[in-house]
Design a protein around this ligand. Structure first.
Ligand code: ZN
Length: 235
């Protein structure tokens, strides 16, 4: 049994609103916070650019908060896009499938993310993995649910004889409350910082800035983000 450092965290960081919020949360809670991102054949490269820019700006604008920020890691999971065609990884229209999930669902994606992140955490001596997964998310991705992550957490620890824990600070809260959490953590400035610096749009659009952030304004991710922002602003 290996005892990993419970004060060192590894954040699954995509540059989206949720993982940016999870990162800020983790920086306030753990001594050292590493980040990891995944290449899985996303159909646009915006995510990868945004996450790097976010980390850079965070170090510049919040030197004290980011003093515990460790190394950023990228793991290649291109194999996921070879397995199947989904809207996230190829140029097809975003629609709801008959199973009630948007075709942006990539089967096994979060499972793969956590297994790979677990292996990395082991190497980094990080006892905690932090993710921005949210059960209240409209899309209801089954691999973002608490049950899935709890069982996965168990499997990872059994398989590595480790004491890793998975933390998901946004699991039970709405998108509006997610902005409120950010305001509690860093005030209105931090809300504005994440609103500007994060990326949510499925289509990778960053040409237009709305009050709720960058995006095309009509894909399901933009709609969800705008709704959350309106909820936050309405009090
Ligand atoms: Zn969009």
């Amino acid at each position: 049994m290996i005892t990993l450092n419970p004060q060192t965290a590894l954040v699954l960081f995509s540059g989206g609103q949720d993982s940016c919020t999870a990162l800020i949360w983790a920086l306030g809670k753990y001594t050292t916070v590493h980040t990891v991102g995944f290449h899985y054949g996303q159909r646009h490269n915006v995510e990868m650019e945004v996450r790097q820019a976010f980390l850079k700006k965070l170090r510049a604008d919040y030197p004290e908060l980011s003093s515990g920020l460790g190394e950023d890691n990228i793991i290649n999971l291109q194999g996921l896009s070879e397995i199947g065609e989904t809207a996230m990884t190829s140029e097809i229209e975003i629609v709801m499938d008959e199973n009630g999930l948007p075709n942006t669902f990539v089967p096994g994606r979060n499972l793969a993310f956590f297994v790979m992140a677990g292996a990395l955490a082991y190497r980094l001596n990080a006892g905690v993995m932090v993710g921005g997964m949210c059960e209240t998310d409209y899309s209801g991705y089954p691999d973002c649910r608490r049950d899935t992550l709890e069982m996965l957490n168990k499997a990872i620890n059994l398989g590595m004889e480790s004491n890793l824990t998975i933390e998901t600070p946004l699991m039970d809260i709405s998108k509006g409350d997610s902005w409120r959490l950010l305001e509690e953590l860093g005030g209105p400035d931090m809300v504005a910082f994440v609103n500007k610096g994060s990326h949510t749009c499925y289509k990778g659009v960053r040409a237009t800035f709305h009050d709720w952030g960058y995006g095309c304004g009509d894909c399901p991710a933009c709609e969800l983000r705008e709704r959350g922002w309106r909820d936050y602003k309405s009090g």
